[in-house]
Design a protein around this ligand. Structure first.
Ligand code: NAP
Length: 295
């Protein structure tokens, strides 16, 4: 079925990958923050009315996890107030909304993968405001979809992979946290899951998506080093030491275990994500070609 779709937050990691992977049928309208601020109800209403879309994918969010601790109002505006206004405007017009949320709504004490129906208990401002946003979206009605994900990276913007590549090029030695476990998620695969999900008319409620498998930040850093060396993105192997999170204090507490159970989305889409190592290799390969093209 041909859908008219609006992507909010089109300048972010997921937003850009949503545009890369958009279906070839059906118009897709992309708005970055400069064109549509999701806290601005007049802008929301006029974009919805001008475009006449049937679906909105909200990839906009305040994603600075540590900065949120000292600026909770900004986090709340982007993660709770904005989604609430967007959801209400969508529900009033019969427009369906796919809203993106996070594994950081969980406290990480479960010790096994989190299902969509597990009780959230966020540890910090970012997770609390994202949970508030989820609740507002569900409360607005109109059969919304909430898709939680975690550890997102892409060739765009700032993320763990790009930080590791920079630090490994600058230093001989790095320390990386080994007692926080999750699943890296390439924004490309997440974007493809978003398009597939809105194509299933029966899908409704909360779903989880990440790449397959699980690892610590330390394991992830080792894989980045290994694959980047093989591709020639790095020349030398920086030494990487595993450390406990207690040796790397951050303003925001993070869940020690935030692997997501993807059974529900698998039952709807009929497929699960690729393993995170394969996705990392694909992204680094693109990054290499992007860098080659720039030189
Ligand atoms: N990154 C992760 O590791 C991660 C993990 C779990 C879940 N998620 C969720 O996944 C989704 C996509 O994240 P991402 O990694 O693509 O984030 P991102 O790269 O930080 O992109 C978010 C985009 O939203 C924009 N934005 C912020 N406030 C806005 C507003 N009021 N109105 C319109 N746009 C606004 C930002 O613009 P500016 O840059 O100009 O502020 C940015 O372009 C978010 O819902 C996030 O919470 C991300």
């Amino acid at each position: 079925m041909i859908q008219r779709v609006l992507v909010c937050g089109a300048g972010g990691q997921l937003g850009r990958e949503l545009l890369t992977t958009r279906p070839t049928v059906g118009p897709c309208f992309a708005r970055d923050r400069s064109a549509l601020d999701i806290t601005n109800i007049e802008q929301i209403e006029s974009v919805l009315d001008e475009t006449g879309v049937q679906w909105v994918i909200n990839a906009a969010a305040y994603t600075a996890v540590d900065a949120a601790e000292t600026d909770p109002e900004a986090a709340r505006e982007g993660n709770a107030v904005g989604p609430q206004r967007l959801a209400q405007a969508c529900a009033t017009r019969g427009v369906r909304l796919l809203h993106i949320s996070t594994d950081f709504v969980f406290d990480g004490t479960k010790g096994q993968p989190y299902c969509p129906e597990d009780d959230p208990n966020p540890l910090g401002v970012y997770g609390r405001t994202k949970l508030e946003g989820e609740c507002a979206v569900v409360r607005a009605g109109g059969r919304p979809l909430v898709l939680r994900t975690g550890w997102v990276y892409s060739k765009y913007g700032g993320n763990f992979v790009k930080t590791m590549l920079r630090l490994m090029a600058e230093r001989d030695h790095l320390s990386v946290v080994e007692d926080q476990v999750g699943t890296p998620t390439w924004a490309r695969g997440l974007a493809q899951a978003c398009w597939a999900l809105i194509d299933r008319p029966d899908a409704e409620g909360i779903y989880h998506w990440s790449d397959a498998g699980a690892c610590s930040w330390y394991d992830f850093a080792l894989a980045i080093r290994e694959q980047a060396l093989a591709l020639g993105l790095l020349q030398d192997a920086a030494e990487i030491t595993p450390i406990p999170a207690s040796n790397y204090p951050t303003p925001a507490r993070r869940p020690p275990y935030s692997v997501l159970d993807k059974s529900r989305i698998r039952s709807v889409l009929g497929a699960a994500g690729q393993h995170w190592r394969a996705q990392l290799a694909a992204m680094l390969n693109e990054l290499k070609h992007m860098e080659n093209a720039a030189t």
